[in-house]
Design a binder for this molecule. Structure first.
Ligand code: PEP
Ligand code: MG
Length: 579
């Protein structure tokens, strides 16, 4: 059998080796046949029955998810699927098609699915456009019922050695990974913002998405090597490649076991610099993973995730509950709650009637701009955060600042929120710290004007890179241009860190760069002492910190700061990491 490789986006790192199990892409197998007019009502009943069965299946799945076991995010996905099923556009139109075209239920449903997918395709907003995958997944579930093939993934058994290959996997399928423990999964679709990518990271199973045609090219039971770290799937590897990967895999296993021992160790460099390693979280349910990996604080709570996968706005009390759980759960360690970063890829239909997001949303009313345009929404969040500050060491972090006037307006609103709480006799930390994110080149360049107004800074490298290089971070067509090591990016990061250190104001990095082990020493050499990252990366970065002597890294890093030559930069980075 020929050996070949498929490239995609590694949405979850690590290596898996196993046999392919193809997840049926039912829409590819739908037959088209005509029915007698006397069969129309029976055919409609068959469709209704299949939809009712899938809704019952989703309800059972929801019921089987216990509290801390599964994140509210996953529960939200199931709700989205249920809403789609309940919507007349999906149930009514196929009934009409059956009656008008005298066709089978599967064919009617598939036609309507294509209409809906086309409509979603026209939507400009990347997050909403990604939701077309939910429509396809829901329809597939119903089709499988109609075809007499319930259930998307196989029975438990030898799944530790099985890699699922799917056109796309629904979040409901991925939930089953918790009990089935598949070795990994490969999908044709799914950008970094897709649901599959979001849940993959929380499951820590190696995964490669966006391979475009893995489902068509890979055959059942073929041997696969899935390298989530290097974004590649090797099909039918030859003996030497296989043994090389087996070695790599067992080395990784040993490495992980060794890393676990670092959990409670302080992150101090060889020459005595104490480093804070904080966690990024999206929802209160992520707290356990952060603590389990030894996080000494929450450096970024992406509060806008409270908005997603739900109807309507979260009330002050609902938000307060979410923030309080995290504040209390961290037992006095810092909890940095970022105010809503809505807009761009995190737009929300439920915000209808509020300030509208512009045609180019990444440059439009996003993050602090959106909040300042909607002071009532902002004040509600600020009150909720302040109330939670009574239960732990809470800090407020403001995203996407570009000018000092935005800081002034935000501080005025915080003062107003404090005043209303005082009037109502509600307790809060009156000295709560307020920080700003450096995500726009203007903020890095003008950081000295921000410093006197803020208590701390945090560099959001994901956006800083996007805005510096004009590369849409959610568009996989330009992802090859997205470069954390671009000299312009490094200069801006260095400038922000140096200015903050000089002014003795704490500064962190909370973008993906903070969790990249190959960049840990570079950031230490630039003067960074506080990192915040996805919990899964904490122990790897800690190990790098523990084996770094900052004073000997400095000469290499200062050469990196001076060069604009990408090849030289890469060579110097290599030198830094092999010292
Ligand atoms: C960033 O931009 O680096 C960041 C941490 O924020 P987000 O990824 O949520 O935009
Ligand atoms: Mg950002």
């Amino acid at each position: 059998m020929p050996s070949f490789a498929l490239h995609g986006i590694g949405v979850s790192g690590g290596i898996a080796i196993g046999r392919a199990q193809l997840v049926s892409h039912a829409t590819l197998e739908v037959a088209h046949y005509t029915i007698a007019s006397s069969r129309v009502s029976a055919e409609i009943a068959r469709l209704d029955h299949a939809i009712a069965e899938v809704r019952a299946e989703l309800a059972a799945l929801r019921g089987s998810m216990k509290g801390g076991d599964v994140s509210a995010e996953l529960r939200g996905f199931i709700d989205v699927h249920d809403l789609i099923l309940a919507d007349p556009t999906l149930s009514e139109a196929p009934r009409r098609i059956i009656a008008e075209q005298l066709c089978n239920a599967e064919w009617a449903l598939t036609q309507q699915m294509n209409v809906l997918v086309d409509q979603f395709e026209q939507i400009e907003d990347a997050y909403l456009r990604d939701r077309r995958a939910d429509v396809v997944q829901v329809v597939e579930r119903v089709l499988k019922r109609l075809l007499g093939k319930p259930g998307a993934v196989g029975a438990p058994g030898a799944e530790q050695h099985t890699i699922l290959v799917a056109h796309d996997l629904s979040p409901a399928d991925v939930i089953q990974f918790k009990t089935h423990r598949y070795a990994g999964f490969v999908t044709d679709t799914g950008g970094v913002t897709s649901h599959t990518a979001i849940v993959a990271r929380s499951l820590a199973v190696p995964a490669v998405a966006a391979t475009h045609n893995a489902r068509a090219l890979i055959r059942e039971n073929e041997l696969l090597i899935l390298d989530g770290t290097n974004h590649v799937v090797i099909v039918n590897p030859d003996k030497s490649v296989l043994s090389e990967y087996r070695l790599k895999q067992s080395a990784l296993g040993l490495e992980r076991a060794k890393l676990r021992r670092l959990k409670s160790k302080a992150a101090t460099t060889l020459d005595g610099h104490e480093i804070e390693l904080h966690a990024n979280i999206e929802l209160p349910g992520d707290l356990a993973q952060a603590l389990d990996n030894g996080a000494t604080g929450i450096g970024l709570f992406r509060s806008e995730f409270l908005f997603l996968n739900r109807d309507g706005l979260p009330s002050e009390d609902e938000q307060f509950d979410a923030y309080r759980i995290v504040a209390a759960g961290m037992e006095g360690k810092p909890v940095t709650i970022r105010t809503f970063d809505l807009g761009a890829d995190k737009n929300k239909e439920g915000l209808d009637g509020l300030a509208r997001v512009a045609p180019n949303p990444a440059l439009g009313l996003r993050a602090v701009r959106f909040c300042l345009a909607e002071p009532r929404l902002f004040l509600t969040q600020l009150r909720a955060i302040l109330r939670a500050s009574h239960y732990g060491q809470v800090r407020i972090l403001v995203p996407m600042l570009a000018s000092v006037s935005e800081i002034d307006q935000t501080l005025a609103l915080i003062a107003q929120a404090k005043e209303t709480l005082r009037e109502q006799g509600m307790p809060f930390d009156s000295g709560i710290e307020v920080g700003g994110m450096i995500e726009v080149p203007a903020a890095a360049l003008a950081v000295s004007s921000f410093i006197p107004k803020l208590d701390f800074l945090s560099i959001g490298t994901n956006d800083l890179i996007q805005y510096t290089l004009a590369v849409d971070r959610a568009d996989d067509a330009v992802s090859h241009l997205y470069d954390p090591l671009h000299p312009a990016v490094l200069k801006l990061i260095a400038m922000a860190i140096t200015s903050a250190n000089r002014a003795r104001i704490p500064i962190a990095v909370c973008g993906e760069m903070a969790g990249e082990v190959r960049l840990t020493r570079l950031l230490l050499g630039l003067g960074l002492r506080n990192y915040s990252m996805h919990p899964a990366h904490l122990l790897g970065v800690k190990q790098k910190v523990l084996t770094t002597d900052v004073s000997s890294a400095l000469p290499v890093v200062s050469r990196m700061r001076r060069t604009d030559d990408p090849a030289k930069l890469a060579a110097l980075l290599e030198r830094l990491n092999t010292m």
